[in-house]
Design a protein around this ligand. Structure first.
Ligand SMILES: [Zn+2]
Length: 292
């Protein structure tokens, strides 16, 4: 999470209140297929962090290989010779339409950066594994972004070097930043309406919590590098008023993670990505509905 100044109180509110079409696709959500890794694996990957940014990228790469993403499916993108690269894993689908899943792997000097954002980055290989059991309509691209904390350099570089045609093929950018401080939160004011609606449906179907926590006033994240190009995006996090001070401080350590909540966020994300694969482009948005 790229931090600014805390200007307003962060108060979570239920996602249901801001959405109108809650139940329309809950049945479809229940049919989304994906596999779920054991909690011990998710915890072990979180606990396997390094304090060094270049080492973190290397660990992430190793975890992708363990998860089955390797050879020509796994690549590094040099952003600057002074920075670890962006790490990119591709899960080919039946079409070249893309769902991009991102999380930054770097952290600031203070603390261990387990919360911000090894919590998000270390889930990428697990989500790859969760989705790779059955063939997908969309091609999934998982990216561990470098240097988010230096001004979203990695994601900005990644989005900027794509051609307009390549950008048009990205149907969704799902960003994870700072998970496990509590139940799953979503930055709703900076989320695509259809993606938000789908998240609400899926969370309801899986009986997992998600609430709205907007961070406009206090921070930013890699999703905004894609919003610049009008690519639909959503950021999933777990920050509240109470936990915000943990970020970018010496308190950012493993013991701040609530494992029950963290594991619930992993399961929600696995289900969400599988659901989006079948749901994206299928469900009309409220605006489209009313025009018919
Ligand atoms: Zn941060």
């Amino acid at each position: 999470m790229l931090s600014g100044i805390l200007k307003s109180r962060l108060v979570p509110r239920p996602l249901r209140i801001v959405l109108l079409l809650g139940l329309l696709t809950a049945c479809a959500a229940a049919q989304a297929q994906f596999r779920v890794l054991d909690r011990q694996v998710i915890e072990a990957r979180l606990e396997g962090f390094s304090r060094k940014n270049d080492k973190r990228e290397a660990i992430l790469k190793q975890m992708f290989v363990q998860s089955g993403c390797k050879d020509d499916k796994l690549s590094e993108e040099t952003v600057s010779t002074k920075l670890p690269p962006n790490l990119i894993c591709v899960l080919p689908g039946e079409t070249d339409e893309i769902i991009l899943v991102g999380a930054h792997s770097d952290h600031v000097e203070a603390g261990d950066g387990v919360v911000d954002n090894w919590s998000g980055a270390s889930l990428l290989p697990s989500l790859y594994y969760s989705l790779s059991a059955v063939s997908r309509r969309h091609t999934f691209v998982f990216v561990g972004f470098t240097a988010e904390e230096k001004g979203m350099l990695g994601s900005d570089f990644y989005a900027g070097r794509l051609s307009p045609e390549q950008r048009a093929r990205i149907k969704a950018m799902i960003n994870m930043d700072t998970l496990g401080l509590g139940p799953t939160e979503v930055w709703a004011t900076h989320a695509d309406r259809s993606l938000l609606n789908a998240l609400d449906n899926l969370a309801h179907a899986m009986k997992l919590p998600v609430s709205v926590m907007n961070v406009d006033q206090v921070g930013s994240s890699d999703s905004e590098s894609f919003a610049k190009y009008k690519i639909p995006r959503i950021t999933i996090h777990s920050v509240t008023q109470e936990t915000w001070p943990i970020l970018h401080s010496t308190k950012d350590k493993l013991d701040e993670i609530k494992m029950d909540d963290y594991y619930a966020s992993y399961r929600l994300m696995a289900g969400y990505l599988a659901f989006l694969d079948t749901d994206l482009g299928q469900t009309a948005t409220p605006q489209e509905k009313s025009s018919h």
